[in-house]
Design a protein around this ligand. Structure first.
Ligand SMILES: Cc1cc2nc3c(=O)[nH]c(=O)nc-3n(C[C@H](O)[C@H](O)[C@H](O)COP(=O)(O)OP(=O)(O)OC[C@H]3O[C@@H](n4cnc5c(N)ncnc54)[C@H](O)[C@@H]3O)c2cc1C
Length: 543
């Protein structure tokens, strides 16, 4: 007989860990958390620089590939997603970035009551613990998620920031405060030395509660339905060859499998576009056109410079110097092992007349072979990566077959929309300008990629198509919106339209892209979603 719980959560990622904590806190409900991946025992998860290894490790990563398109010049794009306790928060770049006021106000304008910036700000504040010096009207200081400002300083980063100032881009002490624009050292989900995944922050403290049951290596294959009511989840323990099992939910099934897996699981369960399900031979239980549609992602173009007169991470991450860095890390001294992939952020705009903060540029005193973050260059170098903050191009995630273990089709349609081409082109040009400032000149040997011979707009856009990669911010495939919106999958309480006892709570519900890396936003969605599940009144809006 299948075990019964009050709530069954699919996926122990950013959202799932918050939910598991909040739903078990009062002790009234029994919660089962199913996670397809293993426990988070791999040390590369916890050491910030381990990012570079988990990015290509199939033991903790779904290792998806996005389909080729004209915007990728026919390339498929490696698309990592965490498959481990903590989900993508266990393998991400540790950046903490909430986005802009306007992002959430647009969500509310689209008919999602309770999702304006003033409505969601108290939830951002509730889960974070940031430096005491920060403005408390924007920042939280008592939550479980530790946020630290990067303490690392080096001559290249300082020169980059000074160079930005020289062309009119000011320093910003807190891009998660009143305004986002300007340059800043990054804020991170980290204690400084260790990653703060959602698991470390939210799941570990809840593990000792007797009412939380976590099952790892449990791949959910189908939502069990009684008519239009979700009553449980079917899963395989130990992958495709594992034994099929079931777990039942008295109150609700909550799908938190992330932007790729949540729509795939709904589709496999017969909830999705009838035509797609019919083509796959899946019985239609509920025709819902938006499931898997509206995929968006950030698509970043990296420009690389060869450096001189300075030591970059490239040299420190090799041979005897690396041994020294490892020793320093474990002795508690400053070490490159405490660094993630990005050190400085620059938020700016593509058009002086509009000034709508649509560009994000990152700076790193390291460079990568062929632009792939998993492989550092042999020569000293630094990188500027830029992307359009709120892309218009829309793609999709569709089950490839009725087999729950087959990887779904992921098509982000990068650069399909002309506006995305225009903004990215502006970003590449601004990156180049920032690379050539007087402040950086003492450390700048030459432009390694794309190189000074590439100049025209057409040539630069070709560079974007040939070398850009995902910035790992896929969202939108179970979009939140009112029932009158034919593309919506969940309502503003995160309940699946037309179904009972079924919610989706993760990055897939975002109606439009945040001007941000997404982890902070997902934690907020789960924090707010937990109050909805528990029937608590929402926190009072910020004034
Ligand atoms: C490499 C990388 C770098 C990133 N860098 C940053 C960054 O620096 N800053 C930032 O803010 N954001 C970053 N992001 C994005 C951010 O981490 C994600 O948007 C966020 O973690 C998504 O949270 P989620 O809860 O929607 O999904 P996830 O955290 O991906 O969680 C989904 C969980 O569900 C599990 N699951 C899926 N399907 C099933 C199933 N069928 N059965 C059981 N379990 C299942 C998965 O294994 C996973 O653990 C990055 C992402 C990646 C992949």
């Amino acid at each position: 007989m299948a075990e019964e719980f009050d709530y069954v959560i699919v996926g122990a990622g950013s959202a799932g860990c918050v939910l598991a904590n909040r739903l078990t806190a009062c002790g009234k409900y029994r919660v089962c958390l199913l996670e397809a991946g293993p426990p988070d025992w791999n040390p590369m998860i916890h050491i910030p620089a381990g990012f570079i290894r988990t990015l290509v490790n199939p033991n903790v990563n779904w290792m998806y590939e996005a389909e080729a398109s004209a915007g990728t010049n026919g390339r498929t794009i490696p698309t990592p997603r965490g498959k481990v306790i903590g989900g993508s928060s266990s393998i991400n770049g540790l950046i903490f970035n909430r986005g802009q006021r306007m992002d959430f106000d647009v969500w509310a304008q689209k008919g999602n009551r309770g999702w304006s910036y003033d409505d969601v700000l108290p939830y951002f504040r509730r889960y974070e613990s940031h430096d005491d010096s920060a403005d408390a009207s924007y920042r939280g200081q008592t939550g479980e998620m530790r946020i630290t400002d990067l303490a690392w300083r080096d001559p290249l980063c300082e020169a980059f920031i000074k160079g930005a100032e020289s062309i009119g881009i000011p320093r910003n002490p807190d891009y998660n405060g009143a305004i986002q624009e300007g340059t800043s050292y990054v804020q991170r989900t980290s204690t400084g030395k260790l990653r703060m995944s959602a698991a470390r922050a939210f799941l570990n403290p809840a593990k000792k509660r007797g009412n939380l049951h976590i099952i790892t290596n449990a791949h959910a294959t189908r939502i069990l339905l009684d008519g239009k009511r979700a009553v449980g989840v079917a899963y395989h323990r130990g992958g495709a060859s594992g034994k099929p099992q079931e777990v039942h939910a008295r109150r609700e099934v909550i799908v938190s499998g992330g932007t790729i897996n949540s729509p795939q699981l709904l589709q496999l369960s017969g909830i999705g576009p009838a035509k797609l399900l019919g083509d796959l031979g899946i019985e239609v239980r509920h025709d819902l056109a938006g499931v898997g549609e509206n995929l968006r992602d950030h698509y970043g173009t990296r420009l690389t410079a060869r450096a001189k007169n300075v030591r970059t991470i490239n040299e420190l991450a090799r041979g005897p110097r690396l041994v020294g860095e490892i020793a320093k890390y474990f002795l508690g001294r400053r070490s490159i092992l405490e660094l993630g992939p990005t050190l400085v952020y620059c938020f700016w705009h593509s058009d002086e007349t509009v000034r709508n903060s649509d560009l994000q540029i990152s700076f790193t005193p390291a460079s990568y072979k062929e632009g792939m973050q998993a492989w550092l260059d042999d020569e000293p170098g630094f990188t500027l990566a830029s992307w359009q903050q709120r892309p218009e191009s829309l793609g999709y995630v569709r089950a490839r077959s009725a087999d729950p273990f087959a990887k779904p089709v992921i098509q982000p349609n990068y650069l399909a929309h002309e506006e995305d081409q225009r903004v990215l082109l502006a970003g590449i040009k601004l990156s180049r300008k920032l690379m050539h400032t007087a402040a950086l000149a003492p450390f700048f040997a030459y432009e390694a990629y794309p190189g000074q011979n590439v100049q025209s707009d057409d040539e630069l856009l070709d560079v974007a198509r040939q070398r850009s990669t995902t910035v790992y911010h896929l969202m939108g495939t179970c979009r939140m919106g009112p029932a009158t919106d034919p593309t919506a999958v969940v309502d503003d309480q995160l309940r699946v339209h037309g179904m009972e006892n079924l919610r989706v709570i993760d990055a897939s519900i975002m109606p439009t892209m945040l001007s941000a890396n997404l982890n902070a936003g997902v934690l907020m969605i789960a924090e707010k979603g937990s109050d909805m599940v528990l029937g608590h009144p929402p926190l009072a809006a910020a004034s």
